[in-house]
Design a protein around this ligand. Structure first.
Ligand code: GLN
Length: 495
């Protein structure tokens, strides 16, 4: 290795709190999340205002696209493990996203769905694999890993915040082609950033194929993967545009991944398999967490629209702006601090283990939903209530998220054997796909059946629902704390 191509140990023996490569991956991921959350913010508005879809169809297609984006991370993870390696996967994913942006920008109303399919599959190749590379920057027992993921998580949310504001603003008020074209511009920035910094990753994320494999065979596998992902696009198109297939897809993909994981597990030792068992416990609980948390995009945004005052701490403010951006803003501010708190506690041998962190995450989620519920006590006769208390709920939920989401990413990299890190990270995000899916069902269950219901009736329907979710979250937190000794046993010394 040359001086510019560090070895794995040189990378992992870094001094200070964060390895320098973390900042490079931070920037690459920030731009990708800029596009993801920008697209997410635009989808429903675009479908209703430009494609002329009704609300119901829009909701269903929006949910399907969200679910597919996360579900394809599983496929991206597996192909990275087996053929491409994380670096090439990331490149391929970024190229697909750039293409997707161009395809839609060309003629938004006619090419929207095809471009979105490029985006779905591109994110699948990109998203899990960059997170896995973050984990590879650390020695197995390095207690700075969770702090690294917390910082990385700030990058995610910085992108989310900027993209969520800028892309929606450009699309809604200026030009839809330009807004979708921004995806291509921004992903090109992400790719350039990665290209010029990837040398610093040394061997991390290079091809998993055997070094003795003839070059032509290696190329053959890679090209087959690229072609295969392009051939998948028409099939994804059918799935996204016929949402009745979404349910079917969701029923099949989860069990399929478990069968596949079971098949892979035959290669590992009992110790490694116990750790994978622990990883599955975390993945299962994360489904529940995201199902509650993702009310943000559904029921909480309707609640913000119908029932909240337009004033935050006395300053005029649109409640939907608060609903869409306060979480990201709190994450950007507090994620590095929470990360440093873990390092500080670890030095004093006081850092809670990951199962307890997950448990805390759920307890905070529960408290946050009780805060959303508590808005009912501040309501006037018209069913309008306090944006301040609502924002307090988002403040608390952010700490819950920080105890679970970056820790979960970190755990996947700690608990998975090297050869299936991509698969496990893909499964972690697949849990988010299920979370999104269940979130929609929960939100629909909470909403008042009568479309002409008054705001006061809606207020009670939603806040009663939030109280129940708060209770379930607290129970889940207590269950996690109660089972923590067993899960820790499975984790075999991993913190
Ligand atoms: N907000 C985080 C991200 O975008 C986590 C999302 C998730 O796993 N559901 O990466």
């Amino acid at each position: 290795m040359t001086a510019t191509q560090p070895t794995l140990n040189e990378i992992r023996d870094f001094k200070g709190k964060y390895p320098k490569q973390l900042w490079y991956l931070f920037a690459t991921e920030m731009w990708e999340r800029f596009c993801f959350y920008g697209m997410r913010g635009m989808l429903a508005v675009f479908m209703v205002s430009q494609l002329g879809l009704d609300d119901k169809t829009t909701n269903l297609q929006y949910g399907a696209i969200q679910a597919f984006v996360y579900a394809f991370t599983f496929i991206g993870g597996v192909f990275a493990d087996k053929i491409l390696g994380f670096q090439k996967s990331l490149f391929w994913g970024a190229l697909l996203m750039i293409t997707g942006g161009l395809v839609i920008a060309f003629s938004p109303t006619s090419t929207f769905y095809v471009g979105t399919c490029f985006f779905i599959i591109g994110t699948g190749f990109f998203k899990p694999n960059i997170s896995t590379m973050v984990g590879a920057l650390y020695h197995a027992d390095d207690s700075r890993r969770d702090a690294g993921f917390s910082l990385f998580y700030s990058g995610i949310n910085l992108g989310a915040l900027l993209g969520g504001i800028l892309m929606v603003w450009v699309g809604k008020y200026h030009s839809w082609p330009l807004a979708f074209g921004l995806v291509s511009i921004v992903m090109t920035l992400s790719l350039i950033n990665f290209y010029f910094t990837k040398k610093s990753l040394g061997p991390i994320g290079l091809s998993p194929l055997h070094p003795d494999m003839p070059k032509s065979k290696r190329r053959g596998y890679e090209i087959a993967t690229y072609l295969g992902s392009l051939i998948a696009i028409p099939f994804i198109l059918i799935l996204v545009t016929n949402t009745r297939y979404t349910d079917l897809f969701m029923y099949i993909i989860g069990p399929l991944t478990l069968v596949y994981l079971g098949w892979e597990m035959r290669k590992f030792t009992a110790q490694e398999n116990k750790r994978l068992g622990a990883a599955l416990v975390f993945i299962f609980f994360s489904i529940l967490f995201w199902a509650f948390f993702e009310q943000a995009g559904g029921s909480l945004s309707l609640f913000a629209l119908n029932n909240l005052n337009h004033s935050l701490l006395g300053i005029p403010m649109d409640p939907n702006v608060v609903n869409n951006s306060s979480n990201s803003l709190f994450v950007i501010i507090f994620a590095p601090l929470v990360g440093l708190l873990w390092v500080w506690l670890s030095k004093r041998k006081l850092e809670p283990n990951s199962v307890v962190k997950f448990g805390l995450g759920f307890l905070l989620l529960g408290v946050a939903f009780y805060a959303f519920y508590a808005t009912v006590f501040f309501a006037d006769a018209d069913g309008m209530t306090s944006l301040d208390i609502f924002t307090l709920g988002y403040f608390v939920i952010t700490f819950g998220e920080l105890c679970l989401s970056p820790i979960g990413l970190s755990l996947m990299t700690k608990l998975s054997p090297g050869s299936i890190q991509g698969l496990m990270m893909g499964m972690w995000f697949l849990a988010s796909a299920y979370g999104q899916y269940v979130a929609g069902l929960l939100g629909a269950g909470m909403s008042s059946a009568d479309p002409n219901a008054t705001n006061a009736v809606k207020l009670h329907a939603y806040t009663d629902g939030y109280m129940q979710l708060g209770l379930y979250a607290l129970v889940a937190g207590l269950v996690l704390l109660a089972i923590s000794p067993f899960v820790r046993k499975l984790m075999r010394g991993i913190h």
